[in-house]
Design a protein around this ligand. Structure first.
Ligand code: AMP
Length: 286
């Protein structure tokens, strides 16, 4: 059976023991309710490290009061089975009180990158993410941390934080895992009704069209984002939060694609906010 640690001291003791034996450690931070997207990160971590820690913690500081912290799905038993099958060695599953002291006064604050894309409608989100990931990095002290490209802005923010704060940790980005019809796998997909689940296909459909335009030589950002928007608007159950094509390093808007870029969308289907994206690498522009 996979080891489940609920305290910071127990996970630290285990990792220290592994490091004494000269073993490398990979960390996969998650909020649990794991699916094949998370599984792909764990499999990659297991291939690149001797030991893999999966943190399974719904982090309250990254949710605004009107968001779904309380109702976020949780299933530790299912998560343990999936982690074990994917090759993880330890699950860190702390209570909120173990992670956050009532009288804490310190947090990690990101600037600039957190004001763009998802940060506009979720203003406290990325500070919560940076704070909890810093804590997890300090608790586990892994050699590598694994994050999905599904949350592209999060991945870029974590990379920047690791650079800016000198964490001696390699950040590994992993590709988006999708359902058969193209919808990016997400724990929040379980919120969708049958009708909404069908409607949610529009995200991938719209992005695929946008990607195709770029592949066919289109470089004008408004042409690409407007085409994506038009497809999304055809779906009556969808309402757009944002459709943006930005510089992949600064997340700043641009008129024309000249280098590495990120096309990201957030769409609300019913009451569920879904995100998806595609990257454009400079070599694809030649
Ligand atoms: P979450 O539990 O939603 O916080 O996600 C934990 C990690 O899994 C994050 O780094 C996500 O980007 C990653 N992840 C979630 N869904 C997917 C997916 N469909 N494909 C790849 N990575 C994913």
């Amino acid at each position: 059976m996979i080891k489940i640690c609920k305290t910071i001291s127990s996970v630290r003791n285990q990792v220290m023991e592994w490091k004494r034996q000269g073993l490398t450690v990979g960390l996969v931070p998650t909020m649990g309710f794991l699916h094949e997207g998370h599984q792909s990160l764990i499999i990659r971590a297991a291939a690149e490290n001797d030991r893999v820690v999966v943190s399974d913690f719904v982090n309250p500081t990254q949710f605004a009061p009107n968001e779904d912290f309380a109702s976020y799905p949780r299933d530790l038993k299912h998560d343990a089975t999936l982690c074990e099958a994917a090759g993880a060695h330890l699950i860190f599953h702390p209570e909120v009180e173990e992670m956050y002291d009532q009288d804490r006064t310190t947090a990690v604050h990101m600037t600039q990158l957190n004001n763009e894309l998802c940060g506009k409608s979720r203003p406290i989100h990325f500070d919560g993410v940076c704070t909890v990931v810093s804590k997890l990095f300090n608790i586990v002290q892994p050699h590598r941390g694994y994050f999905g490209e599904k949350d592209a802005q999060q991945l870029m923010i974590i990379r920047r934080m690791v650079r800016d704060l000198n964490f001696p940790i390699e950040v590994v980005g992993c590709p988006i895992i999708r359902e058969e019809d193209g919808l990016a796998k997400s724990s929040r997909n379980t919120y969708l009704s049958a009708e909404e689940r069908v409607a949610a296909r529009v995200l991938h459909r719209a992005l695929t069209y946008g990607e195709e335009l770029v592949r066919n030589g289109e470089r004008r950002v408004p042409v690409i984002t407007n085409s994506i928007r038009t497809i999304l608007e055809e779906e009556p159950l969808a309402s757009i939060d944002y459709v943006e094509l930005v510089d992949a390093n600064s997340l700043q808007k641009m008129d024309c694609i000249t280098g590495a870029a990120l096309c990201a969308i957030a769409v609300i289907i019913g009451k569920t906010r879904l995100i998806d994206n595609f990257f454009i690498a400079p070599e694809e522009l030649q």
